[in-house]
Ligand binder design. Structure first.
Ligand SMILES: Nc1nc2c(ncn2[C@@H]2O[C@H](COP(=O)(O)OP(=O)(O)O)[C@@H](O)[C@H]2O)c(=O)[nH]1
Ligand SMILES: [Mg+2]
Length: 332
């Protein structure tokens, strides 16, 4: 799918409009990232380089909301959006919907739009549906979240987290929030067994359905409860009802607390730098495979170089590609 229009705006103009929070400009920026033709992809890289200069390690909050289908992620997103708007904050949402046989593709974004309304200029919702290509999709989410981060106070990324085909939200979210509903014994076992990575915030939604949530909260706390050392974040377990809109403020506080904790412990900037490296590695792997990576000295060497360089991930990817003597530039 391409979105070329005869008159594309100038990169500097578009970057300024994105930074000013224009939803139209954000939509254009996301289309640029999505556009697979060579010229457009290079322009997307330029846009991102401009946007990342001041916002890359700066403010904003990128939150990944994940969990099995049907637990109430979209309903909860809508409730959170209302909460944040009430606080005077703008919100961008990426609904990552990998044409799941369960949710039936584009439903996720549509449902969210229906729940949250899309007429407030401070809310922007984009659905990534039906791409088919899982790896490609996950590589695009990070640059897209950067565009949205430049425009909005909060970026929320809803993904379906189930099974092995899950998009790794932890590789682009400052804060990863896992949502489940009462009596989710499997998830608790996965956490206990270390099969599932411990999220930063855990939500037990549908607390309106009866008291079973209390046991689920206690079981979860038992499964993830690490004795609170000062340099270890202890994930809060927050009961909510997205339907009855209870616990939403607690959840918003839990998410904000995690971000504040990252900043206080000097972890936010390194974490975001890690996302940049993750993205560079993903793209190198897509285009040059394991061998290409090995020729650059392996993953650790690439990570170290990304961390040490003052330039953006996009320029770095170009340089790595040049070094590999690529016929096709990394920005395609
Ligand atoms: N009783 C109850 N139902 C809820 C709650 N949150 C969501 N639901 C319902 O659960 C179903 C799935 O919700 P949805 O937000 O689409 O879940 P998602 O697939 O995780 O995004 C819908 O029928 C919602 O109305 C809640 O807090 N309580
Ligand atoms: Mg949903």
């Amino acid at each position: 799918m391409t979105h070329h229009r005869p008159q594309e705006p100038d990169v500097a103009e578009l970057a300024a409009a994105v930074a000013a929070g224009s939803r139209h400009a954000v939509a254009t920026g996301l289309n640029w990232i999505d556009d697979r033709r060579p010229g457009m992809h290079r322009r997307a890289g330029e846009l991102l380089s401009r946007l990342s200069q001041d916002r890359f390690a700066g403010d904003g909050h990128i939150i990944g909301l994940t969990g099995p289908p049907g637990v109430g992620k979209s309903t909860l997103s809508a409730a959170l959006i209302r909460h944040w708007l009430h606080e005077g904050r703008s919100v961008g949402v990426l609904a990552v919907d990998p044409s799941s046989p369960i949710s039936g593709g584009a439903l996720l974004g549509d449902r969210l739009r229906m729940l949250a309304g899309n007429d407030d200029p401070r809310v922007f919702i984009r659905s990534l549906a039906n791409r088919g290509d899982y790896g490609g999709l996950s590589a695009e989410v990070w640059p897209m979240s950067l565009v949205m981060q430049a425009a909005f106070d909060i970026v929320l990324i809803e993904t379906v987290g189930v099974g092995q085909r899950e998009i790794d939200v932890a590789s682009f979210s400052d804060t990863t929030c896992f949502v489940l509903q009462p009596q989710s014994g499997d998830t608790i076992q996965f956490l206990k067994a270390g099969i599932m990575e411990v999220p930063d915030v855990v939500v037990v939604n549908k607390a309106d359905l009866g008291i079973a949530w209390q046991k689920t909260v206690a079981d979860l706390a038992g499964a993830i409860g690490i004795a609170g050392a000062d340099d270890i974040w202890v994930p809060p377990v927050v009961p909510t009802s997205a339907a009855a809109q209870t616990g939403i403020a607690d959840l918003a506080h839990g998410l904000a607390d995690h971000r504040a904790w990252l900043v206080a412990h000097g972890r936010l900037a390194p974490k975001r730098l890690g996302f940049a490296a993750d993205w560079v590695l993903k793209r190198l792997d897509q285009e040059f495979g394991r061998r290409g990576l090995a020729r650059l000295g392996g993953e650790a060497a690439v990570r170290a170089e990304v961390a040490a360089s003052p330039t953006t991930a996009f320029e770095q990817l170009d340089r790595f590609s040049e070094r590999l003597g690529a016929a096709t530039p990394a920005t395609r």
